[in-house]
Design a protein around this ligand. Structure first.
Ligand SMILES: [Zn+2]
Length: 85
């Protein structure tokens, strides 16, 4: 993840609270007749070039770049009239 400001492009009120969504792959074996799962292997994290970020306010999910671009378009102003989001 990049050390850049985020700004949610959906609700446009959140610059602070996010979660990162990581994908895992986990192979398993199935019983061919009953369909039941007979064995689970250990999960492996799938390396992703660009992490998926979720806004914890509106639950919008998107590529990290969308959050960074939105922050660049609407940078946080240090003026007293701007709400401190
Ligand atoms: Zn949001």
């Amino acid at each position: 993840m990049q050390e850049k400001p985020y700004f949610c492009p959906n609700c446009r009120s959140n610059r602070i609270k996010f979660s990162v969504i990581t994908s895992y792959q986990q192979s398993f074996l199935k019983d061919a007749l009953s369909g039941s799962i007979t064995e689970f292997k250990d999960p492996d994290a799938i390396a992703e070039a660009e992490p998926t970020i979720q806004c914890l306010i509106c639950h919008f999910t998107g590529n990290e770049l969308r959050f960074i671009k939105q922050a660049e378009r609407e940078p946080r102003m240090n003026t007293p009239t701007t709400p401190l989001y």
